[in-house]
Design a binder for this molecule. Sequence first.
Ligand code: PBG
Length: 331
Amino acid sequence: MKIVGKYPSIRLRRVRNSEWMRKLISENQLSTNDLIMPIFIREGKNKIEKIKAMPGINRYSVDKLSTVMNKVSKYKIPMVALFPFTPSKRKDKLGKEALNENNLVCQSLRLIKKRFPKIGVMCDVALDPYTSHGHDGVLVNNKIDNDETLKILVEQSLLQAKMGCDVIAPSDMMDGRIGKIRKALDKNNFKNVSILSYAAKYASNFYGPFRDAVGSKKNLKFDKKTYQMDFNNTNEAYREIGLDIKEGADFVLIKPGMPYLDIIKNIKDTFKIPVFAYQVSGEYSLIKFGINNNLITKDAILESLMAFKRAGASAIITYFALDIAKKITNN
Ligand code: PBG
C-alpha cells in the first residue's frame, strides 16, 4: 500500500481527538455474539468449586449448572463449551467413560438442551478427560494409536449428538477424524449437527491450568507432540486445515490464541471460512494474575480479545466471556 499525504497537512491525531470520533472510525467491534463460554463440570451435588490455577473460574456439579447458564443466557452469549473433570476411578487406558451415556457431559447436555434450548452447546471430542494416562487417544505399545482412537472418537461424537450437542469439536488432532465423524453423523441422521475442528492445535505450554482444571495434568507422563502441532510451523497449519475442510469441517479453530494471531489471519485470508480462536487457560491465568496483582488493568481483557477480531476471528472461546459480556453490555 502506498502512503499518501504528509505532515503537517496530514495529522492522524486529528481523528483520535475525542471519544465520539474514535467511535466513528473504529475498525473492529467486539460483541457478545462473538463469545463462547467454556464451562467445567464435576461430579456431586450442590457443588461450585473454585479452580486454583484459574482464579474466577469454577467447576460446577450438574445440578448447579443453571447458576452459570442463567448468566450466559442473560448476556446473550450464543454458545458454551463443556469440559468434564472426571474422578480417577472412572478413568482407564481406553477412556471408556467417554462412551457412558450418563457421564458428566451427557448429563449436562440433556439438562442444558432442556432448560436453555436457545443456547448452543459444543463438546470436545477427545479422550484426555477419561484416560488414566491423560492423552487424547488410545495407547498401544506406549504410542498414541491413530486408527484405534478414531473408532472411539466416532462413537463419542455420535453419543454427544444423540444427547443434543449442536457442535462437535474434535480436539484430539488424530488424522482423518473429521471425515470419519462427518460420515457417521450423516449416516445416523445427524446431518444438521456441525463440526468445529480444532484444526490447528499446537503442542502448547499454555494449556497447564486447563489440565489442572480437568484433572489430567498429574497423569500425563509424556508430551502430546506426536499429535499436536509443532509451534515452529505455519505451512503445516494450512495442510491440517485444508484437509479438515475437505473432510467436512464447518468451521476451524486455532489454538492457543494470542501467540498464534498470524495463523488466524493467514488462515482466514486463505480459506475464507469461519475461523474461531481459543484464548486458552494459560493466557487467561496470565492476564488474570496481572490484573489481580495490579500489574495491568482490567481493560487488558478487552484489548486481548480485540486482537482476535483484528486478526479475523469470527468467535472466541474465552474464560473471560462472562466478564467481558458484562462490560460491553453496559457500555
Ligand atoms: C484436550 C484439550 C485441551 C484444551 C482443550 N481441550 C488441552 C490439551 O490438549 O492438553 C486446552 C484448553 C485450555 O488450555 O484452555 N483435548
